[in-house]
Design a protein around this ligand. Sequence first.
Ligand code: ADP
Ligand code: MG
Length: 236
Amino acid sequence: MSNVIQLDALTKDYLTDAGAVPVLKGVSLAVNQGEFVAIMGPSGSGKSTLMNILGCLDIPSGGRYLLNDTDIGTLAESELARLRGQVIGFVFQGFNLLPRMSLGNNVALPLVYQHIGKPERLTRATDMLEKVGLGHLVNSLPTRISGGQQQRVAIARALVTRPSLILADEPTGNLDSHTGREIMELFQRINREQSITIVLVTHDMTVARYAQRLVYLKDGLLAYDGPMSDFHGVEA
Ligand code: ADP
Ligand code: MG
């Protein structure tokens, strides 16, 4: 199996008026293709910072990030944009659907940037909506559906480019616990059936348990990295 993600002693400092604030302090991590990894950790521990770097939305201050064996530090912005558009699918806490656009067009949107023709865009968007159980709502508007359904649409949109990696930052954070579990069952099915690598941030252990592997961030370092079933908490 090959690594989708390899981080070597990754660091991230934010530059503020008070100087450089270290947030990630040397994170080393390898994620194989097909793994389902949950990232947990206290608020402010650097989870979103790490996800932004994994998603090529931000650059590390030090260390190295290999995505599918390519050192992202060597890439030009246009190549990073291509990775963001084709290799990575993003799912956010806030769903981020365009309110005036049909669900079908929302899901098809990433394909516009790949210059795929309209008929194929709609076919693929409809297929994806069917995969998440919402094929019948292809012409509906996001404002007409529930939060759980909106997150399903966002997952369909993340999958439509056939990415090798899905990054989800607190995807159940705006959902009630029952709906959150349904969304996690969907992630689990996508991971198993399509062997898409998933890295998901949550602060909820019941949500994290759907993943096979847990990475626990504390003060910018990994306090635990191993099988979910072996995790018994970290020292305060
Ligand atoms: P988490 O997602 O685990 O709650 P974050 O990665 O969002 O943590 O933030 C980690 C730390 O970095 C926090 O102390 C936060 O205030 C700080 N931080 C996040 N983004 C920025 C930024 N753009 N500029 C300066 N500090 C930031
Ligand atoms: Mg966060």
